[in-house]
Design a protein around this ligand. Structure first.
Ligand SMILES: Cc1cc2nc3c(=O)[nH]c(=O)nc-3n(C[C@H](O)[C@H](O)[C@H](O)COP(=O)(O)OP(=O)(O)OC[C@H]3O[C@@H](n4cnc5c(N)ncnc54)[C@H](O)[C@@H]3O)c2cc1C
Length: 356
């Protein structure tokens, strides 16, 4: 009997370009490549586009985006997504790029933690300060339960229905899920190290109402150990702020301690690094491997400033460099969006255009 190997990997999908990182600079790269008629697949380890703007300071105003005297960080991302729309990039979100390999045919194999495999003629690394990873519950033996009984993100809320649940943390995620799962979990305890919360005041108020109504428990303190029973998670040891040692019975823990950036696999791709940034030239923003480019906060060159507008400029020049890399025979010339019929056609703002 002939059997397929169980873990046989699907053949990679050939694409024109891959952008690693959907922060503001990666998103603008879609636009700049699109203007030149080049399509993009974009990958981010976060479940949504926006990079630092969305993850770290969505409500803060930015004052140094040209021609936008004031622009909210999330608003900037929404505008960049809108601007890139005509180019129909394919988004692969919630997956980290773990492998980047130069193939014999000169193309690059890009593989992600979710099993996506692409081959591309050029790759742009717009990975900012690295991929954001959940801060883990730092207790001995926790690795054994991660993904089954200890979670850092909710994949399906129904997994917690009817279970004894402890939620750890004091930010928006912890509070939003406390309110959403209270009444659905069999029992729910929110554990936070201090009395103040960083979440939206209305959600904190709702949580306190639920505590007042006896529907859940709020504990101020720290997790100190995991309890197991026959190899399964059975409970959590807690040292409370008022000095008590408690044992909570729980089979499920959701820990929301925030995210931290990690350069991670990028450091292993054989690209020249300087102080944890990718070295590039300032003509093409190409790394030490031809065909792999790096833009935005991840790159370094003399005079580099980690600003969004610097990343936008880098994306524009990189698009031209990629056009030359993919189609070396093609003559390059600068066109203005104001007057170029082909660019306007690509943007979807002109009914018909000739094709130069
Ligand atoms: C509080 C704060 C305020 C700021 N204010 C300003 C300001 O006023 N003006 C200004 O110009 N700049 C400001 N900045 C800096 C600005 O946010 C950054 O320069 C900008 O976000 C860089 O964009 P980027 O696209 O290069 O990277 P990021 O925004 O860091 O995005 C990179 C993305 O790549 C993803 N990624 C990384 N590695 C991988 C991988 N292996 N696989 C998949 N995905 C990956 C990450 O998850 C992330 O989403 C501020 C920063 C902070 C923290």
């Amino acid at each position: 009997m002939s059997e397929k190997p169980p873990a046989a990997q699907a053949a990679p999908t050939p694409v024109e370009t891959v952008v690693i990182g959907a922060g503001p600079v990666g998103l603008f790269q879609i636009f700049e490549l699109g203007l030149l008629g080049i399509s993009t697949h974009i990958i981010d380890s976060l479940p949504q586009a926006g990079g630092q703007c969305t993850e770290l300071y969505p409500d803060k105003p930015i004052y140094d985006i040209p021609a936008l005297p004031i622009c909210g960080a999330q608003e900037l991302i929404d505008r960049l997504l809108e601007q890139a729309k005509p180019f129909h990039a394919t988004f692969h979100l919630g997956q980290e790029v773990t492998e980047l390999q130069h193939q014999e045919d000169g193309k690059f194999l890009v593989a992600t933690s979710a099993g996506t495999r692409l081959t591309a003629g050029a790759v742009v690394i717009a990975a900012g300060v690295g991929s954001f990873q959940a801060r883990r519950l730092s207790l001995p033996g926790v690795e054994e339960f991660e993904g089954t009984s200890v979670h850092y993100r909710v994949k399906s809320a129904a997994d917690f229905h009817g279970r004894d649940l402890v939620i750890c943390g004091g930010g928006d995620s912890a509070l939003d899920w406390t309110v959403a799962l209270c009444g659905k979990a069999r029992s729910l305890t929110l554990l936070h190290r201090r009395a103040e919360f960083r979440a939206a005041p209305a959600t904190v108020a709702r949580m306190r109402e639920l505590v007042g109504a006896g529907k859940m428990q709020l504990l101020e303190g720290n997790a100190t150990g995991l309890r197991t029973d026959n190899g399964k998670l059975a409970g959590l040891d807690v040292h409370t702020a008022d000095g008590r040692d408690l044992q909570l019975s729980t089979g499920q823990i959701l820990a929301f301690y925030g995210l931290h950036p990690k350069l991670g696999p990028i450091a292993e791709w054989g690209l020249e690094l300087e102080k944890r940034a990718l070295k590039v030239d300032t003509e093409k923003f190409q790394t030490s491997v031809p065909g792999i480019f790096a833009i935005g906060d991840i790159n370094t060159y003399p005079g580099k400033k980690k600003l969004i507008l610097s990343g936008f400029h880098e994306a524009a020049l990189t698009a031209f460099a990629i056009q030359h890399h993919l189609f070396p025979e093609k003559r390059q010339f600068l066109q203005y969006t104001t007057t170029s019929p082909i660019m306007q056609k690509r943007l979807g703002v002109a009914a018909a255009a000739d094709s130069h």
